[in-house]
Write a protein that binds this ligand. Sequence first.
Ligand SMILES: [Zn+2]
Length: 182
Amino acid sequence: MGTWFQWIADVDASDGEAPVLAHEIVTRLVEKQIILPDVVAGAAFGDPGHEPGPEWAAAVNTPERWTPDGVRIDATRTVFYGGQGGYDWAQCPRCDRMIDGDLANGLLDGVEVWLSGDPSAHPCPGCGGDVPLPEWRWDEDYFAFAALGLWFWDWPRLGPAVHECVRAVVGTHRLVYRAGKL
Ligand SMILES: [Zn+2]
């Protein structure tokens, strides 16, 4: 057994714009009746979240008979994690150098300071650049360090509707998507 989840994270959203973008995404998903407008305690795998709306099935590739769990929206710095499985490498977005083992794990030493508001930049052994934690790319999209994102709990695999909705709001920001299991 386990719990399936999917998240979409915007790693480029600033702390200031994340709540604004989150509000706009929620407004659009509510208009499409994919989610309900109210935030309900415990609705999203124990966290506050939006319950599925009457048209939730329009958001997924293959609807199941059961109604999925809720949707949590994060608009502050959050670690979006992969659940079961793992990663072998992280990659510099500037020079494409891949790092693994202790080097990749070392990036995670910066998570706490990043959560507190620091860019948590880490030097890249390839190009020498100081690359902020959210910019690194991860094997299997195992992590996203982002101030904005949505968690869908126990939803069938999302179709294009949600991705297109988020993309329309965030523009050219880099989005990271992962489907995983706890
Ligand atoms: Zn580099």
